[in-house]
Structure formats: structure tokens, C-alpha cells
Design a protein around this ligand. Structure first.
Ligand SMILES: NC(=O)c1ccc[n+]([C@@H]2O[C@H](COP(=O)([O-])OP(=O)(O)OC[C@H]3O[C@@H](n4cnc5c(N)ncnc54)[C@H](OP(=O)(O)O)[C@@H]3O)[C@@H](O)[C@H]2O)c1
Length: 278
């Protein structure tokens, strides 16, 4: 039983480390391979992977939206996002697509803060409105968070997310962000700001309540300047690595029928890889 991760480029994907670890842990005779698929070859790849002996695989940049269109069956959460990060071959030649990024985010907060964390959150502020933001906003709504404010540099993309739930999603201007964090129980950065080689997200955190949680989707570096600033203020923080690890759990389960665990050993393995700068 083999699985893949496809993207273009794909050399930097850490998914082979994660799934390779679980394949060994569960004694599954199979391989998880990194495959560079240029955009022009995506349709042929998706229609032909089962014949090449793959049970399914992950999809990453820039293929998540196109792969969504190519999947003939899709989960409701993938439908809402219009993007898949998981494909699986179904009997009869159909291809099923799912999006596990949102649930990966939710589970990573649960791991860090504890079960039931969502009951502590009345207002969440999401910074950014790209692919990661869409998945995270969807997950927050699924968890019943009453109010989700979204600020994005390009305002139209934040406004577009209102369609997820007009009663609970509120787009806010980029300049309003410093005021909008007032009273927020959860602040999530989903932009590329804070990534290695990028400027930090420049946002004062003094208006956040004492019990607030600050999360970042970015995991290179493992601790972004935003998280460092939140820690200095004594706030609870959650880095992006947990989201990466937890989005992989339901994917692995869908292909191999075993639900793997995010263990300290797995986390250390990936942390070491990130710190080595690969
Ligand atoms: N932890 C995980 O498992 C996981 C999963 C997915 C993504 N991520 C991380 O999340 C981040 C975003 O990924 P994505 O897939 O959502 O990317 P994306 O779809 O390209 O979205 C990028 C977002 O960053 C904003 N942005 C970029 N440069 C900016 C700047 N200079 N100032 C303000 N905003 C800026 C964009 O705003 P505009 O709309 O104005 O361009 C947009 O909201 C990346 O760091 C990625 O590695 C992590």
C-alpha cells in the first residue's frame, strides 16, 4: 500500500517524514512518496494514481483547488473550502477528496490547551484570508465559536469568507486589527508574516485579555515573533507545527485504516528537521 504527496515544487514537504514514521510504527508494508507533478500533468496523475498502485495521497501548493475539481466525490468540509489536501482512490475508479487542514488546526489547539477549549472562546480574530485561513475559519465555525473576525491585507478576500456564516463572520479592516483584538479569546495568524525570510506580523498584543490564546499557522520558525511576543505577555501560545501534524492524522487513517497518534517522538522528529533548516 503506497501513498504520495504531490505539489510543484515538492522538495520541501515534510509529509514523507510524518507518514513514513507512522508506516514504520504500525508495521505497514508501504511507502509514502514525494512526487513533483507540474500543473499540466495533474489531471492525468489524479485519474491514474490508483493504477500505479497508490491508495491515495496528499495534495499541496499549487494543486489544492484543481485537485478539488478533479475529485468526483468530496467531503462537505472540502466543498465549503473548494480545496482538497487529501485524495483517495475509491472502488470503481472514482477519486474522493477531503480537506483536513481545519480539523488539524482544531486538534492542535485541543492538544495544546486541552479538550473543550472552544467553550472558552466567544470571539476569535483570524489574521489573513488565504487557504489556511479558510480552513481555520471553517473549523472555528464548526466548533460553534460565536464570533469570528477576519482581517486581511486585501479586504475583498476577508469579505468573501462572510458566506461561510453571515451571522458569525465579521470582516474587519487591516487598520482596525489593533482595536479588534480587544476582548478576543483567540488570535490566529494565518498569513505568511513571521515565516523565515518574511517580516513579522506587527501587532500590539496589549489589548488581548489575560486568558487569551495566540496561535500561528506558520511553523518555520517553530516559534514566530508573534508567539514570542505573546509568551512575553504571559499568554498561552500554539505554534503551527501541531496543525501540520494533526492534519496528517485523518489522512493516514483514510488510506491505511489505522488512526495514528501525534506523539512527542514524532513532534521531536519534525522539530529537528525544521530546526536543521531543510
Ligand atoms: N501549519 C500548517 O499545517 C499549515 C497549513 C497551511 C498553511 N500554513 C502556513 O500558513 C501560511 C499561509 O498559507 P496559505 O496557504 O494560506 O497561503 P495563501 O493562500 O497564499 O495566503 C497568504 C496570506 O498571507 C497574507 N499575506 C502575505 N504577505 C503579506 C504581507 N506582506 N502583509 C500582510 N498579509 C500578507 C495574504 O494576504 P493577501 O490576501 O492580501 O495577499 C493571505 O492572507 C504559510 O506560512 C503556510 O506555511 C500552515
Amino acid at each position: 500500500m503506497n501513498a504520495f504527496v504531490i505539489g510543484h515544487p515538492i522538495a520541501h514537504s515534510r509529509s514523507p517524514l510524518i507518514h513514513g514514521h507512522w508506516l514504520r510504527e504500525h508495521g505497514i508494508a508501504g511507502a509514502y512518496r514525494r512526487i513533483d507533478v507540474p500543473p499540466g500533468e495533474l489531471a492525468d496523475f489524479v485519474s491514474g494514481f490508483a493504477r500505479q498502485g497508490y491508495v491515495g495521497g496528499n495534495v499541496t501548493v499549487p494543486h489544492k483547488e484543481k485537485a478539488f475539481e478533479l475529485a468526483s466525490r468530496r467531503t462537505a468540509r472540502a466543498e465549503r473550502l473548494g480545496a482538497v489536501n487529501v485524495l483517495k482512490a475509491l472502488p470503481g475508479g472514482e477519486v474522493w477528496g477531503d480537506n483536513t487542514d481545519g480539523v488539524g488546526f482544531a486538534d492542535s489547539i485541543g492538544e495544546a490547551i486541552g479538550p473543550g477549549w472552544e467553550r472558552e472562546v466567544s470571539v476569535a480574530v483570524v489574521v489573513g484570508a488565504g487557504g489556511a485561513a479558510r480552513a481555520i475559519v471553517g473549523a472555528l465555525l464548526d466548533l460553534g465559536i460565536p464570533r469570528v473576525r477576519i482581517a486581511n491585507r486585501t479586504p475583498g478576500r476577508a469579505a468573501d469568507l462572510v458566506r461561510f456564516d453571515p451571522a458569525r463572520v465579521e470582516p474587519i479592516g487591516w487598520d482596525e486589527l489593533p482595536l479588534a483584538v480587544e476582548g478576543a479569546d483567540l488570535l490566529v495568524n494565518t498569513t505568511t508574516l513571521g515565516m523565515k525570510g518574511q517580516p513579522a506580523l506587527d501587532l500590539a498584543l496589549d489589548r488581548l485579555p489575560e486568558g487569551a490564546v495566540v496561535a500561528d499557522a506558520v511553523y518555520v520558525p517553530l516559534e514566530t515573533p508573534l508567539l514570542e511576543a505573546a509568551k512575553r505577555r504571559g499568554l498561552r501560545t500554539v505554534g503551527g507545527l501541531g496543525m501540520l501534524l494533526h492534519q496528517a492524522v485523518p489522512a493516514f487513517e483514510s488510506w491505511f485504516g489505522v488512526r495514528p497518534r501525534v506523539t512527542p517522538e514524532l513532534r521531536s522528529l519534525i522539530e529537528a528537521d525544521v530546526e536543521a533548516g531543510r
